[in-house]
Design a protein around this ligand. Structure first.
Ligand SMILES: Cc1ncc(COP(=O)(O)O)c(C=O)c1O
Length: 490
C-alpha cells in the first residue's frame, strides 16, 4: 500500500493550464457538491440567522428550536448507526457529564487563580492517564498536558520534537518517519511546523514496515511514529521494534494511542493479544491518547504524555515582553473550556478501572462478532486482524457502492482509500442488544444489492472511486476545500 504520489503529479499543472480545463473542473466540483448538499444542508427550509436578530430571541423559543434539531439528529448515533463518533452515549452518563459541565461552564484554566480546581483536574487527568499507560513501570516520570483533541496532542508532540532537535542537535530541517497509515494530523503538523514527512509502507497485515523505517532514518530524523491502533485499519504497529530503533538512534518514538489508549490496557487484562505499546516499552517517548473517545469524556479533551519533564517544555509557549503582561500557555489554545476538563475528569473517576474494563469487554466482544460476521460474507475481506476498528474491502464488488447502500439503511461508515475499503469503529453504541446483528444483516443486504445491480453506478460511489485513484491530488484538494466552503454557507 502506497500513498498516491509522483507518477503523474508533474502533469497536473500543465494540464490545468489548458484552456477550458479549470472551467470544466469547476463544473465537476459543483456537480459533486450538489450531490452532497441535501445531506449537509438539510435545514435550509427552516428559519435561521445569517445576521444577528435585532432583538434577542426568547430563551425558551431558542431552546425549543435547539431541542427539535438535537432530537432529529439523535436517533442515528444513539441507536448505533455511526462508526466511532459517540463512544458511550448512555443517557445517564450524558446527563451526568452535562451536570458537571454546567458547574464549570464559566471556568478557564488560563486563570488558575480563579479556578485552581480546574488546574487540579488537569493534573489528575494527566496522572490517571499516565498511570493507565505504564507510567509506574516507565522508570522515569511521565508528564503531559490536557489538550483539545487528538490532533492537537499530535501537533504539540511534533512541535516538541522539532524544537528539541533544533536546540539539542542543531537539526534545522527535521524529518519524521511514519507509516502511511498514521493519522492525517501528522501531515497537518508537517504543514504547520515545517517538518518533512518520510512515509514507509505497511506490510500485508497493515503493520508499519520496520525495516523500511530503519532505512528511512537520516541525520535529520527527529521522531519515529507508530499507531496503537491506526485509524484506517485498527491495527497496532510493532511498537517495541520501532521504539528500539528510535532508542538506538537517540531519537523520539511517538505512539499515537488516540484510538486505543483507553481500550488496549483493558484488552490486555482481558487476555486479548495486545502487543506492548505504552511507557513500559523502553524507547517510547510520547503518547497521544483521547479521553473524548473511549475515555467517555465529552468532545474536546485529549492528553499528550511525555517520558520525562524535558520534552514537555518544548511544547510550551511563553511571552515575556508582551504589554499584556507575562503570558504562558502549555498548549496551542489560549482560553480553554474548564467545563469540558471538569467533565472529562468526572468521566474518568466515575468509570474507574472496573468501568473501563467492562466497557472494553463489551466493545471487544462486539468487535469480534462483527469481524467474524464480515468474514462470513463471501464478497468481503477484513483487512488484517483488528480487534474493534474493523476495515473491510472487496475484490469482487465496488465497496463504495456498499457504503452508499449502507447509507440508505441509515449507517454512517468511514470510507477509506489505498486500498478502497470501509471501516466500523465499534463503540458502546454497537454493544447494545441487536445492533451488531442489524449491522451484519444490513451489510449482507447491501452487498447482495450491489451484486444484483452491476449496471448501477451509484451517486457518490463514483466520486469516492475517482477521488481515491485520481493521480492529480491538487484536484482532490480543491474539491475538499470547496466542501469546507459549503459547510460554512448559511
Ligand atoms: C489514531 C488517531 N489519531 C488521531 C486522531 C485525531 O483525533 P481528533 O479527531 O480528536 O483530533 C484520531 C481520530 O480518530 C485517531 O483515530
Amino acid at each position: 500500500m502506497k500513498r498516491i504520489r509522483g507518477a503523474f503529479s508533474h502533469l497536473e499543472r500543465p494540464l490545468r493550464a489548458v484552456p477550458g480545463v479549470e472551467r470544466r473542473l469547476e463544473a465537476e466540483y459543483a456537480a459533486v457538491l450538489r450531490e452532497l448538499e441535501p445531506m449537509l444542508k438539510p435545514y435550509r427550509d427552516l428559519p435561521g440567522f445569517s445576521r444577528l436578530p435585532s432583538e434577542g430571541q426568547p430563551p425558551d423559543q431558542v431552546l425549543q428550536q435547539l431541542r427539535a434539531l438535537a432530537e432529529r439528529e439523535e436517533a442515528r448515533w444513539r441507536d448505533g448507526y455511526a462508526s466511532g463518533a459517540v463512544y458511550h452515549g448512555g443517557p445517564e452518563h450524558i446527563e451526568f457529564l452535562n451536570r458537571v459541565y454546567a458547574l464549570f461552564s464559566q471556568a478557564n484554566p488560563l486563570h488558575p487563580d480563579l479556578w485552581p480546581s480546574v488546574a487540579r483536574f488537569e493534573a489528575e487527568i494527566v496522572a490517571m492517564t499516565a498511570g493507565m499507560l505504564g507510567a509506574d513501570a516507565a522508570g522515569e516520570e511521565i508528564t503531559g498536558t490536557v489538550t483539545s483533541c487528538g490532533t492537537e496532542s499530535i501537533l504539540l508532540a511534533m512541535k516538541a520534537y522539532r524544537d528539541w532537535a533544533r536546540e539539542t542537535r542543531g537539526i534545522t530541517q527535521p524529518e519524521v518517519v511514519l507509516p502511511v497509515t498514521a493519522h492525517a494530523a501528522f501531515e497537518k503538523a508537517a504543514q504547520l511546523f515545517g517538518l518533512r514527512l518520510v512515509y514507509v509502507p505497511v506490510d500485508s497485515g497493515y503493520r508499519a514496515d520496520v525495516s523500511a523505517m530503519a532505512r528511512s532514518i537520516t541525520r535529520r530524523t527527529v521522531v519515529l511514529v507508530a499507531s496503537a491502533p491506526s485509524f484506517p485499519h485498527g491495527i497496532i504497529d510493532p511498537i517495541p521494534e520501532i521504539a528500539q530503533l528510535a532508542r538506538a538512534h537517540g531519537i523520539g518514538c511517538h505512539v499515537d494511542a488516540c484510538l486505543g489508549g483507553f481500550i488496549l490496557p483493558w484488552a490486555e487484562r482481558l487476555g486479548y493479544p495486545v502487543p506492548p505499546f505504552d511507557f513500559r516499552v523502553p524507547g517510547v517517548t510520547s503518547i497521544s491518547v483521547d479521553p473524548h473517545k473511549y475515555g467517555y469524556a465529552p468532545k474536546g479533551v485529549s492528553v499528550i504524555l511525555y517520558r520525562g519533564a524535558r520534552l514537555r517544555r518544548y511544547q510550551y509557549f511563553a511571552a515575556t515582553d508582551w504589554p499584556g503582561g507575562l503570558y504562558a500557555t502549555p498548549t496551542l489554545l489560549g482560553s480553554r473550556p474548564g467545563g469540558l476538563i471538569a467533565a472529562a475528569w468526572a468521566a474518568m473517576v466515575t468509570m474507574g478501572e472496573q468501568g473501563y474494563l467492562q466497557a472494553a469487554r463489551a466493545i471487544l466482544e462486539t468487535g469480534a462478532r462483527i469481524k467474524e460476521g464480515i468474514r462470513g460474507i463471501p464478497e468481503l475481506e477484513v483487512l488484517g486482524d483488528p480487534l474493534w476498528v474493523i476495515a473491510f474491502t472487496s475484490k469482487t464488488i465496488d465497496i463504495y457502492r456498499v457504503l452508499e447502500q449502507m447509507g440508505r439503511r441509515g449507517w454512517s461508515l468511514n470510507a477509506l482509500q489505498h486500498p478502497p475499503a470501509l471501516h466500523l469503529a465499534v463503540t458502546l453504541r454497537h454493544a447494545q442488544p441487536g445492533v451488531a446483528d442489524r449491522f451484519l444483516r444490513d451489510l449482507g443486504e447491501s452487498v447482495a444489492w450491489v451484486r444484483a445491480h452491476p449496471e448501477e453506478r451509484g451517486e457518490l460511489a463514483p466520486v469516492y472511486g475517482l477521488a481515491a485513484t485520481l493521480p492529480f491530488r491538487g484536484v482532490v484538494r480543491d474539491l475538499l476545500y470547496r466542501y469546507l466552503d459549503l459547510l460554512y454557507t448559511v
